[in-house]
Design a protein around this ligand. Structure first.
Ligand code: ADP
Length: 495
C-alpha cells in the first residue's frame, strides 16, 4: 500500500494521515468548498475538491470519491468515522473497484449496522443482551406482556438508529401503544426503516465499550475498555480508559465477550463493542461500531498501540504482531471532546470564528484537531473543534493534567464544552468514579459553572491585547459570542 485516500475531514483525516506518513504511505485528502483551507487539505500529499459544503454534495459522494481514487492510483481508502464509514455499500464498491477498504467487510457492517441483526448475531454466541423484545415490534399488544415482565420504564429503540437518535423512554403501560406507533413512523422517516424494538431501561447505566482488533488470519484481541458515561443527549462528551470501576476479572470477562461479538460477524480490523452496565455491574451488549471511534486515542495512550497503523497493517493482510497476553494497560487516559457548544444553553451548537486558538502543550497532553486560529467552524458538520487527551501514570494524574490542559487551552470567539469538562473533572462524582450516563441531569446546572470559570481572566487579557493591537474585527470577541447561532441550519453528523 503506497497511497491512501482519506474519505473524511478535520481532525480524523489529519490523524490518519500522520500515521500513514510514518509508514511511508502517501496521502490524498478530499474536501468540500467549506474546507478549502483546512489543515487536512494542506497536510495531504494531494487533495481533491468534492463539491459544495453540504455533506450530501461532498463527503457522502461515494462514487465520486472512488472515481478520484482510481484516477490518482490510490491503493486504499480509509473512511475515518461518520460519513461513509459504516456504509456497507460504499465498502463493497471500493473493493469492487479494486481498491482496499481499510475497515471490515461489507457483510460485517451489514450485520452490525442494524441493532436487531446485531443482537441476533450476538445471541448465538451467548452474549448478554438487555432484556426486551426478541425482534421488531409491529403490534403493541404483543409488546405489552414483555414490557410488564421486564418492568417499566422501557426504551423503544429504532433498529437503524444511531448517534443517540431514535430512542424514547416509556414510563407507563398506558403510554406504550401510542409511543410505539410514533416511534415506528419516526424511524421510517428518519432512517427509512420502521423496525423498532423494546429494551428494559437500565436505570443507572454506565457506558462501557471494548476496543477489538482482528486480522485476516483469525487472530482476535481486545484492547481493554473505555468508559464513556459522561454524555449529553445520549452522546459522549468525556471518555476515559480504563474505567474507574472495572475489576481485572470483569475486564477479562467483558473483553472475551467483545471478542465473541467480533467473531459473530467475522470481523476484520478495528471495531468497538458497546455495553451498558447496571449498578450491580451486570453488562449487556448494545451494539458494535464497525469503524475507528472518536475516542480511540485513550486506548492508544494506555496500550501504546497506534490503532490507525494497525488498521492499515490488517488491511494489507498482515498478522497482528502481538497476542492478548502481550497487551497491558499502562497508566490512565482521559479525553474531552471540545465541541463548539454552549453548556449554559443546553449544549446548543455555538459556531463562529476561532479568533484566538492556542493549544495546551506539555507532558502527557495530546490534542487532535483540524483547525487553526482564524478559521470558522463550519455549520455543515459536527461541531467538534478538537479532542483534548491527557495521560497520567494513574487516573488522578490524568485528571489533574486535564484540568491544567483545559486552563492552558485558549479559545476565543465561541463557547466550548471545556468549561463543562473542567466542572466534571472537579466534581466529586467524577473524582470518586461514582457516576453514570445521567451525570448532566444529576449534577450539572449552568449556574454551577460560574464557580469554576478559572482561566477567564487570561481570556479577558487576551481580548484586551487583541483590541489594543487594533484588530477591529475582534471588538466583540467574548468567549460566549456567536451564540445567536445559526442552529436552524445545523447539519450534524454525530458519531
Ligand atoms: P446510538 O447507536 O444512537 O449511539 P446506543 O444504543 O449506542 O445508541 O445508545 C446510546 C446511549 O443511550 C447509551 O450510551 C446510553 O446512555 C443510552 N442507552 C441505550 N440503551 C439504554 C438502555 N437500555 N437503558 C438505559 N440507557 C440506554
Amino acid at each position: 500500500m503506497n497511497k491512501i485516500l482519506i474519505a473524511n475531514r478535520g481532525e480524523i483525516a489529519l490523524r490518519i494521515m500522520k500515521s500513514a506518513k510514518e509508514m511511508g504511505i502517501s496521502t490524498v485528502a478530499v474536501y468540500s468548498e467549506a474546507d478549502r483551507n483546512s489543515p487536512h487539505v494542506k497536510y495531504a500529499d494531494e487533495a481533491v475538491l468534492l463539491g459544495p459544503a453540504p455533506s450530501s454534495q461532498s463527503y457522502l459522494l461515494g462514487d465520486k470519491i472512488i472515481e478520484f481514487a482510481l484516477k490518482l492510483k490510490v491503493d486504499g481508502i480509509h473512511p475515518g468515522y461518520g460519513f461513509l464509514s459504516e456504509n456497507g455499500a460504499f465498502a463493497q464498491a471500493v473493493e469492487d473497484a479494486g481498491i482496499t477498504f481499510i475497515g471490515p467487510s461489507a457483510d460485517s457492517m451489514k450485520i452490525m449496522g442494524d441493532k436487531l441483526s446485531a443482537k441476533e448475531a450476538a445471541k448465538a454466541f451467548n452474549i448478554p443482551l438487555v432484556p426486551g423484545t426478541e425482534g421488531a415490534v409491529e403490534n403493541p399488544a404483543e409488546a405489552i406482556d414483555i414490557c410488564k415482565e421486564i418492568g417499566f420504564p422501557v426504551l423503544i429503540k429504532a433498529s437503524a438508529g444511531g448517534g443517540g437518535k431514535g430512542m424514547r423512554i416509556v414510563e407507563k403501560e398506558e403510554e406504550l401503544e401510542e409511543q410505539i406507533h410514533s416511534a415506528i413512523s419516526e424511524a421510517k422517516s428518519a432512517f427509512g426503516n420502521g423496525a423498532v424494538f423494546i429494551e428494559k431501561y437500565v436505570a443507572s447505566p454506565r457506558h462501557i465499550e471494548v476496543q477489538v482488533l482482528c486480522d485476516t488470519h483469525g487472530n482476535m484481541v481486545h484492547l481493554f475498555e473505555r468508559e464513556c458515561s459522561v454524555q449529553r443527549r445520549h452522546q459522549k462528551v468525556i471518555e476515559e480508559a480504563p474505567s474507574a470501576i472495572i475489576s481485572e476479572q470483569l475486564r477479562a470477562e467483558m473483553g472475551a465477550k467483545a471478542v465473541d461479538v467480533a467473531r459473530a460477524c467475522d470481523y476484520i480490523g478495528a471495531g468497538t463493542v458497546e455495553f451498558i452496565m447496571d449498578e450491580q455491574h451486570n453488562f449487556y451488549f448494545m451494539e458494535m461500531n464497525t469503524r475507528l471511534q472518536v475516542e480511540h486515542p485513550v486506548t492508544e495512550m494506555i496500550t501504546g498501540i497506534d490503532l490507525v497503523k494497525e488498521q492499515i497493517r490488517v488491511a494489507r493482510g498482515e498478522k497482528l504482531s502481538f497476542s492478548q497476553d502481550d497487551l497491558k494497560i499502562q497508566g490512565h487516559s482521559i479525553e474531552v471532546r471540545v465541541y463548539a457548544e454552549n453548556a449554559r444553553e443546553n449544549f446548543m451548537p455555538d459556531i463562529g470564528n476561532l479568533r484566538v486558538y492556542k493549544r495546551p502543550h506539555g507532558v502527557g497532553v495530546r490534542v487532535d484537531d483540524g483547525f487553526v486560529e482564524g478559521m470558522d467552524i463550519p455549520i455543515y458538520y459536527d461541531p467538534m473543534i478538537s479532542k483534548l487527551v491527557t495521560y497520567g501514570k494513574d487516573r488522578e494524574e490524568a485528571r489533574l493534567r486535564m484540568i491544567r490542559a483545559i486552563e492552558d487551552y485558549k479559545i476565543v470567539g465561541l463557547s466550548t464544552t471545556m468549561e463543562f469538562a473542567k466542572f466534571v473533572m472537579e466534581h466529586e462524582a467524577f473524582i470518586s468514579g461514582n457516576f453514570d450516563t445521567h451525570f448532566v441531569n444529576k449534577h450539572f446546572s449552568p449556574e454551577l459553572l460560574d464557580k469554576t470559570t478559572a482561566g477567564n481572566e487570561d481570556i479577558a487579557a487576551m481580548i484586551v491585547a487583541h483590541l489594543l493591537a487594533g484588530n477591529k474585527e475582534n471588538k466583540a470577541a467574548m468567549p460566549s459570542e456567536g451564540k445567536a447561532a445559526k442552529t436552524s441550519k445545523w447539519k450534524a453528523n454525530r458519531v
